[in-house]
Design a protein around this ligand. Structure first.
Ligand SMILES: Nc1ncnc2c1ncn2[C@@H]1O[C@H](COP(=O)(O)OP(=O)(O)OP(=O)(O)O)[C@@H](O)[C@H]1O
Ligand SMILES: [Mg+2]
Length: 257
């Protein structure tokens, strides 16, 4: 595992009362790696912060860190910290960080480390204590192995978090999205909503694909994000239906719908 110094990032907020969420966290799942989970997680942090909430991001497992001036950096972690509005220890935001950009269970094995849910839960609870909402970004797709019998979906199960699914709109996304929804249902997770992210500007029949997903995913569509040369999370925040998401988080039914 990459050495992980404890440092703080972000701007301290004045602090507001808890907003009465049924859950103080939210898990961002994706249909795959590289579909916009970090972009959306950061946009959500901005969106909730703009509504007066104290927010922090979390990336429980990150692979692909680089060492700069003796400190390990992972781009997702840095982005999540920059979008947060409370100070948080880097060790809590990102308890597991590996240098090679490879599957996490292989990276952990090569580093002689075992990814433990208890460590992830402890880190999450530390973040939760000082915030109204923690936005937890998944790693890769939902069934990415973490080692042993664990995989990425065990994170929202263990932390008891509702899930928002980011669908990267590209050829193959219908299968990926519906498989992911089925995997969430199989584990009894609550799908609070989904986001359609236009990561492929050349995708044929994108509108028809979106319609196909709308007809099959019962959870609310919380935003359709257009392709952008250099997408900015603050700008994307304005395209998300944060109010609807907030309602979904307060509602928190037992079943995945
Ligand atoms: N709507 C969009 N338009 C253009 N580029 C996008 C869009 N959404 C995401 N991207 C770009 O795609 C790349 C992957 O996005 P992002 O890092 O958010 O994905 P991810 O799902 O978090 O990936 P990982 O699995 O590595 O964590 C980034 O360069 C991001 O800027
Ligand atoms: Mg990411």
């Amino acid at each position: 595992m990459a050495a992980r110094p404890v440092v703080t990032r972000g701007v301290a907020s004045k602090g507001v009362a808890s907003k009465g969420f049924a859950s103080k966290g939210l898990f961002i799942a994706g249909t795959d790696t590289g579909v916009g989970k970090t972009l959306i997680a950061c946009a959500m942090l901005h969106g909730f912060a703009a509504r007066g909430l104290r927010v922090a991001g979390m990336k429980p497992v990150a692979a692909g860190a680089v060492r700069r001036r003796g400190v390990w950096h992972h781009d997702d972690v840095m982005q999540l910290c920059a979008a947060a509005n409370v100070d948080a220890a880097l060790a809590s935001v990102n308890p597991y960080c590996f240098a090679p950009a490879i599957a996490p269970h292989i990276a952990a094995q090569e580093a002689g480390t075992t990814i433990r849910m208890a460590v992830i839960q402890k880190s999450y609870l530390r973040l939760e204590r000082n915030t109204d909402l923690v936005v937890v970004e998944g790693v890769g797709g939902l069934l990415v192995p973490l080692g042993g019998r664990l995989n990425a979906v065990d994170i929202p199960v263990r932390l008891d978090l509702p899930v928002v699914l980011v669908v990267g709109l590209r050829l193959g996304c219908l299968n990926h999205a519906l498989l992911t929804v089925a995997a969430l249902q199989a584990r009894g997770l609550h799908l609070a909503g989904w986001i359609a992210n236009r990561i492929d500007p050349a995708m044929a029949r994108a509108t028809e694909n979106l319609q196909a997903l709308r007809a099959r995913i019962k959870a609310p569509l919380l935003g359709t994000i257009p392709y952008a040369q250099n997408p900015q999370s603050r700008r994307v925040a304005r395209m998300l239906d944060i109010e609807r998401l907030q309602q979904q988080l307060q509602r928190r039914p037992d079943t995945c719908d």
